[in-house]
Ligand binder design. Structure first.
Ligand code: NOJ
Length: 509
């Protein structure tokens, strides 16, 4: 074989196997492994013990026809009554932390702290105490999509008072649980709350594309910052906890590296990453210039007096800038981007961006149309965040995969391993990554998909009285990863028994 050919071939081998060299990469002992759920999706007991109505209760009761399999969150996994079984599963897995959310209307049925529902307070007290009893750190999300309907009736996140409502709610929660909770997430996925939330497709069922969604983004970012500053001022010294925000960020690059595609990808990233990251993590603070310019220009053409993207005052910019101890990263998939060849509703965020997104046809498919596996995306996203935002501290607060029913979820196992391997490379290449959280502990109500998309490490039998939970193959594999802190692609369990191996009573720790 001639030398040139040999050189060429060895170069190819390096490129292909660069990510699968023989070195064993390990998660450090203080890297935190966990699982995640949210109140509406698992608790059930929607009107039990004084809980108020949320926007999701109202929306799915009024529009049962939008739920793929007709199953709403009225009962869900019944975690309100089954929380001890949930903690038992966490002990079976051996997780370090459990991310769950507090239902605002369960503890403040009117939305305001004028009425505090003691039974609701007691529920989260019990859950937190049960977790700590077994050495599992609670990671608490204050808001995961379930606004009290009473506040929606006042305009919800479009009302400028919403930031103050949220701060008042946060104060109640910090007062009650601050002594025991060290990880706080203010808001789950502002893009889901606002851009999806005002598309009309989900709760609150209001359509205000390209207008209400941007007002909502401003108010949600302010709400987050006010809760952060409140904790910083009144609780941090005493309790030494950390407060972050969870952003839903996908990786995106040009469908080819032609300039027009890479430019389209940059626009997409500015609207889906920058709009939420820049206000907190950029040097200048505020919304990205490219987004401001684009929306202002379009708004003018459309005859609006001012940009549909509200401005942030210098005081607001200052309040939000730096308002996070860590970035909670919810990451599921990646997209390929090119200039749009279609018309969008006008106005809308899609129309403002003017790009078309797709998946590579070779990426493995889950049970959800929007979710395909592209593990390199998490690596590229981490390196992008490091470069643009100067190495923020990151905690992966969600990553997951959907299947149909069935315990042999090999596709979830493969995805879990592929992504965790890519994450090890992202850490090796400088990402300050502190933890990883699987979405989800168990099957639950996937919003308008009902229970047709199964995200659980545990399968839930929704037809059974006790919402029986059974470990899937992926639960055993995740347990093994947590125990060994390495990804072993060949490992298989000898039997499917899952036992409690971690989580000693706190007294024994
Ligand atoms: C992100 C959301 O936070 C969560 O509620 C949802 O179930 C997962 N994505 C999967 O779609």
């Amino acid at each position: 074989m001639n030398l040139r050919l040999l050189q060429f071939l060895s170069c190819c081998v390096l490129c292909v196997y660069g990510w699968t060299d023989n070195r064993i990469r390990k998660f450090k002992n203080d890297f935190s492994f966990g699982v995640s759920t949210s109140a509406y999706q698992v608790e059930g007991a929607w009107d039990v013990d004084g809980k108020g109505e949320s926007i999701w209760d109202r929306f799915l009761h009024e529009h049962p026809e939008v739920i793929a399999d007709g199953r709403n969150g009225d009962v869900a996994c019944d975690s309100y009554h089954q929380y001890q079984r949930d903690v038992e599963m966490l002990r079976e897995l051996g997780v370090d932390h459990y991310r769950f959310s507090i239902s605002w209307p369960r503890i403040l049925p009117t939305g305001y702290p004028n009425v505090i529902n003691e039974k609701g307070i007691q529920y989260y007290d019990n859950l937190i105490n049960e977790l700590l009893k077994y050495g599992i750190q609670p990671m608490v999300t204050l808001y995961h999509y379930d606004l009290p309907q009473a506040l929606q009736d006042l305009g919800g996140w479009i009302n400028p008072l919403s930031a103050e409502w949220f701060e008042d709610f946060a104060r109640v929660v910090f007062d009650k649980y601050g002594d025991r909770v060290k990880y706080w997430i203010t808001i789950n996925q502002p893009s889901g709350v606002c851009v999806d939330g005002y598309s009309g497709l989900i709760a609150p069922g209001v359509v205000s594309k390209g207008v209400g969604d941007y007002i909502c983004v401003k108010n949600v970012m302010l709400a987050h910052a006010r809760a952060y500053r409140l904790y910083e001022k009144e609780y941090k010294n005493k309790y030494k906890g950390q407060v972050g925000i969870s952003l839903g960020l996908s990786w995106a690059h040009g469908v080819t590296n032609a300039t027009e595609n890479e430019d389209a990808a940059a626009i997409y990233r500015d609207f889906t990453i920058g709009l939420y990251m820049d206000p907190i993590w950029s040097e200048a603070g505020g919304f990205p210039r490219s987004v401001r310019d684009r929306v202002a220009k379009k708004s003018k053409e459309q005859g609006y007096k001012e940009s549909r993207l509200p401005t942030l005052s210098p005081e607001e910019i200052k309040l939000i800038k730096g308002s996070a101890d860590f970035l909670g990263l919810n990451h599921y998939t990646s997209f390929l981007v090119e200039p749009a060849d279609q018309q969008f509703d006008s106005p809308s965020v899609d129309d403002d961006m003017g790009v078309k997104i797709s998946h590579n046809k070779n990426w493995r498919s889950s049970n959800s149309v929007w979710l395909k596996s592209a593990p390199y995306g998490i690596y590229r996203l981490c390196l992008y965040l490091n470069k643009v935002y100067n190495y923020p501290q990151v905690f992966i607060t969600e990553h997951g995969w959907s299947t149909t029913t069935g315990l042999n979820d090999q596709s979830r196992v493969t995805t879990l391993r592929d992504y965790l391997s890519a994450i090890l490379f992202a850490i090796e290449d400088g990402t300050d990554l502190r933890g990883y959280t699987v979405w989800s502990l168990m099957d639950n109500v996937e919003w308008i998909a009902g229970t047709s998309d199964r995200f659980g490490l545990y399968e839930v039998d929704f037809d059974s009285e006790e919402k029986k939970r059974t470990a899937r193959l992926s639960a055993l594999v995740y347990k093994r990863i947590i125990e060994k802190r390495i990804v072993e692609n060949e490992w298989e369990p000898e039997n499917w028994q899952i036992e409690i191996t971690k989580g000693k009573e706190r007294e024994e720790l």
